[in-house]
Design a protein around this ligand. Sequence first.
Ligand code: PLP
Length: 447
Amino acid sequence: MGHAELTLREESTTRRISLDEYWMPFTPNRDFKSDPKIVVRAEGMHYWTDRGEAIIDAASGLFCCAAGHGRREISEAVGAQLARLDFIAPFLRGHGGQFEFARRLAEITPGDLNRIFFVSSGSESVDTAMKIALAYHQARGQAGRTMFVSRERAYHGVNFGGVALSGLVNNRRRFGPGLPGIVHMRHTHLPENRFTRGEVTHGVELAEDLQRAVALFGAENIAACFVEPIAGSTGCLVPPRGYLRRLREICDQHGILLVFDEVITGFGRTGQAFAAQSFDVTPDLLTMAKALTNGAVPMGAVAVSERIHDTVLAAAADGAIEFFHGHTYSGHPAACAAGLATLDIYRDEALFDRARALAPYFLDAMFALADIPVVADIRGYGLLAGIDVHGDGVAGRRGHLLQKRLFENGLHLKTTGDAAIVAPPLIAEKAHVDDIADILRRTLSAL
Ligand SMILES: Cc1ncc(COP(=O)(O)O)c(C=O)c1O
C-alpha cells in the first residue's frame, strides 16, 4: 500500500499529516487517500474545506445536524456538563441529565412510547430493540418468539443483529451466516412507483409478506417486525399508502411487536417529530440516533411502550436486574446535555413545523430534476429525497462519481449505490434549496 500525506491548512496554520494510519469506514480508502476530501469547519448550512471552499450541506452531515452546524447552545451545554460532571457509571448510578432527557423525549414520542433506553449509536439502538423484544416475550411467557421479520433493502446498522435484519447485500455478504431466524419481506420499490412524490400508490399488498411469514413459521415463533417507515440509506423509499397501517394490523392480530427504525426519519425529517406521527401508525418500539443530539455527541435511544417496559420489569424478582443489557456510555452526561440543548432548539425554533412548511418547495425543486437524462427515478417525503441515476454497467460506480463531482461543485450528500439521498438541515431557507437544486442540475447534467 502506498504512502499518502496531506498538507492540511486549518485555522491559519499549516501542517503535514499522514493519511496511512486511519482506516476509514464505508469508504474506498485507496481512492479517498489519492484525492482526499477534508473538511475543517462548519456553520449553519455549510462546511468549509481545507482549501477554503464553501460546501452546502445537503445531507445534514449524515442525517444528523437537523438544527444546522456550529450550534453554540449545544457546544456550551456540553462544555458546561463536562466541567461539572464528566462521567458516572451508568449502572447503579445516575445523573439528572439522563432522567430529564428521557422525560423530554417522552413528550415528543408517539403513543405510550414513554420509556427510554439510551445507547451510543443507531446500530446499538437496533440491537437493543431486538433484545427488548425478546425479553418482553419471555417475560409474558412466550419465550418461543425468537424470530424477526425485516425487509429487503433495509439498513439497520452494522452490529450483528442489525446486519441480520439488513437487506443490503454488501453489508451482509462478507460476514458469514449471521443470526438465525430472520425472514425478509420484499421491498416496496416497484417500477410503477417511479417519480411518485410522497406515499406511493402501488405495493400496499406487499405488507401481506408479513402474513405469509406467520403462515410459514407460526406467529408463536415471531418476536417482532422491524421496518424503517421510510427506507433511508437505500435511497429514500417512501411506503405505499396504507402499508405501515397494514403491518400494524397484522402485528396486532398475531402478538408480534412492530418496531420502527427512525434513526434517519426521527426529529422532524418528515415534518413531525417522528415518521410514526406523519403516517399515523404507532409502533411498539422506536429506535433513534443521529439528530437526537444534532450529531454533536454520539448517542442513540430506544423508545419503548410502557406496556413492554412494565412487563419486563414486573417479571424480575425484587432487587434483581430486570434487563441484562447496557453500555458504558449509555446516557453519557455529555450526550444528554447535547440532547437537551438540541430539543430546546427544535422547540424554540419550531423546526419540525418549519420542515413541514418547506417540504413542498423542496420536493418541487427535487422533482424538477426529472428531465435530466441520467436521472432514473426520484422519490421524496418531507425534507428527504432520493434521486437514482442510470447505472453505467457497474452497480454504484456512477453514484460514487456523482457524490465526488457534487463535492467538487460545492455540495455534500450521501450516495448509496446509484442513489443520491438529499436531506438538508431543517433550518434551510428556500435560497438554500435553490442552491442545492442548481448544483444537482449542473452536476447531473454533466455526469
Ligand atoms: C435506519 C438506520 N438504522 C440504523 C442505523 C445505524 O446507525 P449508526 O450508524 O449510528 O450505528 C442507520 C444509519 O444510517 C440507519 O439509517
